[in-house]
Every structure is written in C-alpha cells, then in structure tokens.
Design a protein around this ligand. Structure first.
Ligand SMILES: Cc1cc2nc3c(=O)[nH]c(=O)nc-3n(C[C@H](O)[C@H](O)[C@H](O)COP(=O)(O)OP(=O)(O)OC[C@H]3O[C@@H](n4cnc5c(N)ncnc54)[C@H](O)[C@@H]3O)c2cc1C
Ligand code: FES
Ligand code: FES
Length: 487
C-alpha cells in the first residue's frame, strides 16, 4: 500500500492484511493487542490474567521479517504491547494454529502434544501456554529441558502442574519445526512486503502516537512534543495504562529505528543499540559476558525479553533495575544523542536519583558500550522471592581484579539498597590493595551493613536487605577465592 497515510496501521491476522484507522474506528493508539483481540468475535482464546506481563495468559506470537527477508517468530505478552507496535508484522493467535481443511480440523503439533500428555485442566492458561510453545517449536528442534523451561517461564498454570506441560513441549518439538506456517511462508513474506513500513503518526482527540523510522524524525518530534513519553519495548511504560489506568497523551515510539537495534563487537568491547531486545543481546553476546547472560537468564520472562530493551531498563533508572548494577561493574558507558551531536557518559554518572537520569531535553540513549573484561572477574547476583519472573529485592554487580591475591581493582554495585543502584564505596576502599582473604571480607561486611540505609517495602524488610547484601559479598569471596593460584 503506497503512501500509508496518518492514523493507519496494517498487519496480518488470519492470513489477510488488516488495516486499522484509529481515527475512523474511534480506537486509542494505546489500545493493547490483547484488548484489540478480545474485541473481535473470533479471537477470544487470548486471555487476560494480570495485565502486567506476569501470567502469560495473553501470549501471542509475532512473525516478522528479519534483514534477510526471512520470518522470525517471537512470543510476546499482548497485554503490554500497543496496537501500533505490530504494524508491518503478522499476529498469530491460538485460533490460527489448527489447520482447517474442508470440514476437517487438524491440530498443530503443540496442541496435539498438550492433548496427548494431559497438559490442560481448566484451560484458562492453555492458549497462552500453547502460543509460548508454538514460538519454541518454530525456533528450536529437540530443545534441551532448560530451553523449554526458559520458554515457558512466563506462563503460569494454577491447576495442571508444570510437568505434563513441559513434557508436551518436549514431545512437540521432537519432530522438527515444520507446520502449516512453513507451507505458507512464501505467501506470508509476500503479503508482509506489501505493507508500507513508513513512519506512523496517529492523532486522536486526546492522544498522539508517533512511530518514526528515522533518528532525525525522532529529534524533530521530541522538539515539537517535549513531554511525550519515549517508548521502546513499553514493558515499563505500558503499565501506566494497564495498571494505573492513566491516559498516556503523547508517545514517541522508537522501536522501529533500526540504528538503535545495532550490535557491534569491536574485539575489546560490545556496542549494544539501546533498542535491541534483551533476548537478541543474549543471542549476540553468546558466552562472552557470562555475568551479563546470568543477569538476562533471570530477567523477567522470554515474552518480556523479546521486546524489552537495555535502553528501556537504563532509562527507567529504577533502583531495582537489574542491568544497572552490573553495567556499573562492567564500567559501561552510554552514548547519548540529540539532533546536533552526541556525548558519552558513564552509567554511574547517568543515574542521578530515584528514577532520574542525566538525559537532557532532546536527547535519547543511542547505545551502551560494554568493555570486555580482561583480567577482572565480574559477577551478577539477584535475590528475589521467586527465581523466575520476579523483580529483585537486592541485586549486585561485582568486579574484582587481583594481583598476587591483593585487590587491585574492586567495584561493589548494589540494586535495591538505596534510591538508586549504588556502589558500596567505603566497603570497596576497605578492601582495595588488601589481601583477598576471609578476614578482610569479614571486616568489610561490617562496613557494608553500615554503608546502606535500605527501606522496608512489600518485597522485604530493611534488615533482610542488609543481610542479603552482606551475604552476597561473602558469596562473591567464596566463589572467587579459588581463582587465586599462589605463584
Ligand atoms: C512482568 C515484568 C517483569 C519484569 N522483570 C524485570 C526484571 O526481572 N528485571 C528488571 O530490571 N526489569 C524488569 N521489568 C521491567 C522492564 O521490563 C525493564 O525495565 C525493561 O528493560 C524496559 O525496557 P523497555 O524497552 O520495555 O522500556 P520502555 O517501557 O519502553 O521504557 C522504559 C523507560 O525508558 C525510557 N527509554 C526507553 N528507551 C529509551 C531511549 N532509547 N532513550 C531514552 N530513554 C528511553 C522510556 O522513556 C521510559 O522512561 C519487568 C517488567 C515486567 C512488566
Ligand atoms: S495478562 Fe498476564 S501476562 Fe498479559
Ligand atoms: S489449566 Fe487451569 S490454570 Fe492452567
């Protein structure tokens, strides 16, 4: 469709292009994909459990074209995604999985496995689970159990029990990943290529939603709409609407800016685009930054990581944002850009206060520069009530360099201990140039518990936080002391 005009978006649903005219149809641009689907007579399979990314009942799959013009399939939480974000993509729901040939319905392999292995009881979670499993099926052949568990971490089931569900996923993915979607791939690619990927601007009586495709457009929009919320994955911002019922009046959605999704390995550092989804970062860094991978392994769920970005995690400046303490330990730098230039700033300097950053009007985060550790040991720790899909109570990013078992460099950055992710500078000082020994760590932990004044909140009491912080330092010592081999 040449010359896509304002207020319109297009995507594929049920094998045809759907055009939404927000103005004519009286729809809000922040209508979530979940609520859109639930408004249709034929897509009630998708469920709302929590409307905040926690239960997975709303899971759908998005197929989109990568730079090689091939389809990629990702599971997302439709409750967190605004409808304009699926422009130019294929939206796949549980209703689309079974093949219908004349009068016959042939279930998808993941559905068959769920039936055969008794993976469902009341069925409320089942469409979401089936869709998470479908994304796994399209991406993995014979996955290991841990990959299956990771793919289903974002889906809660309150009655069946997870064993039959995991078994069903294992069985379904055993025999390859071809299905009716593979047969229709060429057709789908052709159809997706007919959708104009131009910038989108949706203006309704009380909201403005912009989705530019170029950086200069972003700067122009920020100038014209200085109070607009910048969104990327929207996994933080969407909650304002879904949980606080706020009307977000102006949005600049930068998720279509390809430059912000870049990834570069220079040999000595990684330069990660602020808009690259966390799951893609995981794929790109491979085994090269183990602490970063450990952090991502316990970060939300696959559905969230498929859209959430590092730029968004840093931009939120949350005291319990998982990446920030670790990025401090890595000595990461941010590249900030505006219409007339760029500047570099260390992550520590960037975080100014409780959810406050050094971002100036007109600026956005372009990329994050993570130096590859040479002689330093970097570790990440997270303490939360649940191992999976939980926000940190306390987190830590630690860096240590030893020479002849003397500490030559140390960074102890904590999340959840203050109003911002913060280094325990007095504790660090007490350890620097000293022997990396049990005695010195013991002394240091006494300084550490005086150094922070954490708060008590729903996640834990202040005392628990102090003990946890202290124990993490001891754990770090225990895990690193073996690394020293006496000369
Ligand atoms: C169920 C659930 C589980 C979660 N689990 C975790 C977890 O385990 N650990 C954790 O740390 N967080 C977690 N989060 C929070 C959230 O997913 C992360 O903070 C995520 O990284 C945000 O990225 P986003 O792209 O979705 O950000 P968005 O919501 O799009 O934006 C977040 C903030 O960053 C700003 N921003 C985004 N991009 C830019 C940019 N390029 N330049 C300047 N500012 C920008 C926005 O203006 C906004 O203020 C969770 C959230 C949910 C809903
Ligand atoms: S409704 Fe619970 S994750 Fe979306
Ligand atoms: S089958 Fe009832 S919640 Fe999963």
């Amino acid at each position: 469709m040449p010359g896509l005009s304002n207020n319109l978006i297009q995507f594929i649903l049920d094998n045809k292009i759907i055009t939404i005219d927000f103005d004519k149809q009286g729809l809000s641009p922040t209508l979530t994909v979940l609520n859109y689907l639930r408004s249709l007579p034929s897509h009630k399979g998708v469920k709302e459990g929590c409307a905040e990314g926690d239960c997975g009942a709303c899971t759908v799959v998005i197929a989109e074209l990568n730079k090689n013009n091939q389809l990629t399939y990702t599971a997302i939480n439709s409750c967190l995604v605004f409808l304009p974000m699926i422009h130019g993509k294929q939206l796949i729901t549980v209703e689309n999985l079974a093949e219908k040939e004349r009068q016959e319905i042939k279930l998808h392999p993941v559905q068959c496995a769920m039936v055969d292995l008794n993976g469902s009881q009341c069925g409320y979670c089942t469409p979401g689970i089936v869709m998470a499993m479908f994304a796994l099926y399209k991406n993995q052949k014979n996955p290991l159990r841990e990959i299956i568990e990771d793919a289903l971490t974002g889906n809660l089931c309150r009655c069946t029990g997870y064993q039959p569900i995991l078994n069903a996923a294992e069985k379904a993915c055993q025999n390859g990943n071809t299905d009716q979607f593979s047969k229709k791939e060429k057709e789908t690619i052709l159809l997706l290529n007919t959708i104009d990927k131009k910038s989108i601007s949706i203006i309704t009586s009380n909201q403005k939603y912009f989705q530019p495709i170029g950086l200069q457009e972003v700067f122009k929009l920020i100038k014209e709409h200085p109070n607009a919320a910048i969104i990327n994955g929207s996994t933080d911002i969407a909650l304002k609407q879904t949980k606080k019922f706020e009307v977000i009046e102006e949005i600049i959605d930068v998720s279509s800016i390809l430059e912000l999704k870049s990834f570069k390995d220079t040999g000595t550092e990684f330069i990660i685009g602020s808009g690259l989804p966390l799951e893609s970062i995981k794929d790109n860094i491979g085994v090269q930054l183990p602490a970063f991978t450990n952090m991502l392994n316990v970060f939300a769920s696959k559905q969230i990581r498929n859209i959430a970005t590092l730029g968004g995690n840093i931009g939120s400046a949350s005291p319990i944002g998982d990446s920030i303490p670790l990025l401090i330990a890595y000595n990461a730098k941010l590249k900030l850009i505006n219409r007339s230039g760029e500047r570099q700033i260390s992550i520590e300097e960037f975080i100014k206060g409780y959810r406050k950053t050094d971002l100036q009007k007109g600026e956005i985060i372009h990329s994050i520069n993570i130096p590859k550790p040479s002689n330093q040991i970097i570790q990440f720790y997270k303490i939360s009530k649940r191992k999976d899909l939980d926000i940190s109570t306390v987190s830590a990013g630690f860096r240590l360099e030893l020479s002849d078992n003397k500490v030559t460099d140390i960074c102890l950055a904590y999340g959840g201990m203050a109003e911002i992710p913060k280094r325990a500078t007095s504790t660090e000082k007490s350890l620097l140039y000293k022997e990396w020994s049990f005695e010195n760590i013991n002394k240091a932990t006494k300084i550490l518990i005086e150094e922070f004044k954490p708060i008590s909140d729903a996640r834990s009491g202040a005392e628990f936080r102090k003990i946890a912080a202290k124990n993490l330092l001891s754990k770090f010592y225990e895990e690193t002391k073996q690394d020293y081999v006496s000369a």
